[in-house]
Design a protein around this ligand. Structure first.
Ligand code: 5AD
Length: 366
């Protein structure tokens, strides 16, 4: 059964849920998100090994610690053999997908990424997700042809004015993430998107519209995490005050609001793959990820970047799991999943392939 009709998921209903503070009502929301999650995507949790391939970035997003203006950063770009070693390790650890994530870095050339994707596909059984920012269609097509399965690109906000304010375009190149998501879908990628909760300037109204946008886009993957101020950025210091919406309508960047957004994403998009994000684990180290898994999430993205580089990929400070080896991270996770009564999923764990299989099964039973 999809979400029960008593959970109003129109714009006004979503606004009301986002602002709900009555613990009994919230218990109903958590329980419904958990039920819909179990019914549609099951108890198994997909583990995706995250490889942070480059901290170089040409963009100036006002919230991001890797923005081009951060001149003192000790930036890095992994070599192909380093990325392949991480991927092989992810396979050994039992993960079925690797996510190659990086800044918008022209040094990650079309040919370089295509070769890396091909090699991962030749050497392992892994599904490959790319998360490399706004790129030309020619790049995206070449990578798809090389075997990439999925692409993550958060649209961050559907409020155009807010989007423009915090994502300066490159000269002569208008930033259009929604357009890119549509084109990625047409190229045959599974598409993922999402946003930060509590970005300065984000209002309840905008956030409700954004959640509805997840459904309109029919997203395969949805990532929502809290906005974590990164001190050197324009949105990280006292200057951020100028960006805030009036207190009555500014969304807070806290755990409860993020978890409501996770739960509502599950109700709106019952069979999407939804991670408990690193940002949420960073905000609430004790139980951020677990609470997300209990309230709609079904994916975790353990970091498999070599620890020496991990600390240098500082989108925001204090990132969870920076010091842990990949094995320790996997073992800790496996233990926590067991405690939650959840298993580790096998198989590539794509949404579209699962839906297709189900449709085929259904067709053959008619
Ligand atoms: N706090 C939380 N999340 C952030 N991201 C970037 N900067 C921050 C921050 N300061 C998120 C963005 C981006 C993803 C890779 O990380 O949503 O899409």
């Amino acid at each position: 059964m999809p979400c029960s009709p008593e959970f109003r998921l129109d714009h006004a209903g979503l606004m009301a849920w986002l602002r709900e503070e009555d613990p009994r009502e919230l218990e109903r929301l958590w329980a419904e998100a958990d039920r819909v999650r179990r019914e549609h995507v099951g108890d198994a949790v997909h583990l995706r090994g995250l490889i942070e391939v480059s901290s170089h970035c040409v963009r100036s997003c006002l919230y991001c610690g890797l923005r081009a203006q951060e001149e003192d950063l000790d930036r890095y770009r992994l070599e192909a053999d380093e990325i392949l070693a991480c991927a092989r390790q992810a396979a050994v650890l039992g993960y079925s997908t690797v996510v190659l994530q990086g800044g918008e870095d022209p040094g990650l050339t079309r040919a370089f990424i295509a070769e890396v994707v091909q090699s991962i596909k030749r050497q392992t059984h892994l599904a490959v997700t790319l998360s490399l920012g706004e790129r030309d269609d020619e790049d995206l097509l070449a990578w798809r042809e090389a075997g990439a399965d999925r692409y993550l690109l958060r649209f961050e906000t559907a409020d155009r004015a807010l989007y423009r304010r915090v994502h300066p375009s490159l000269p002569g190149r208008l930033s259009d993430r929604l357009g890119q998501l549509h084109r990625l879908r047409a190229m045959g990628y599974e598409i993922g998107s999402g946003l930060m909760i509590g970005l300065p300037g984000q209002t309840w109204d905008t956030l409700a519209t954004d959640l509805l946008r997840f459904r309109e886009l029919d997203l395969d993957m949805i990532g929502v995490g809290p906005f974590l101020p990164s001190p050197r950025t324009p949105l990280g210091g006292p200057g951020a005050l100028a960006f805030l919406a009036p207190p009555a309508v500014q969304v807070p960047n806290d755990g409860p609001t993020t978890l409501k957004a996770v739960a509502l994403s599950r109700l709106l998009c019952p069979d999407a793959n939804i991670p408990g994000t690193t940002a949420l684990a960073t905000l609430d180290r004790a139980q951020g990820r677990e609470l997300a898994l209990l309230r709609g999430a079904n994916v975790v993205m353990p970091n498999v970047t070599p620890p020496a580089f991990r600390a240098r990929y500082e989108i925001y400070p204090g990132k969870a799991c920076v010091g842990e080896t990949a094995e320790a991270c996997r073992d800790g996770l496996a233990e926590r999943l067991r405690a939650l009564g959840r298993s580790i999923a096998r198989g590539p764990g794509g949404r579209l392939s699962t839906l297709r299989q189900e449709r085929t099964l259904f067709a053959s039973h008619r």
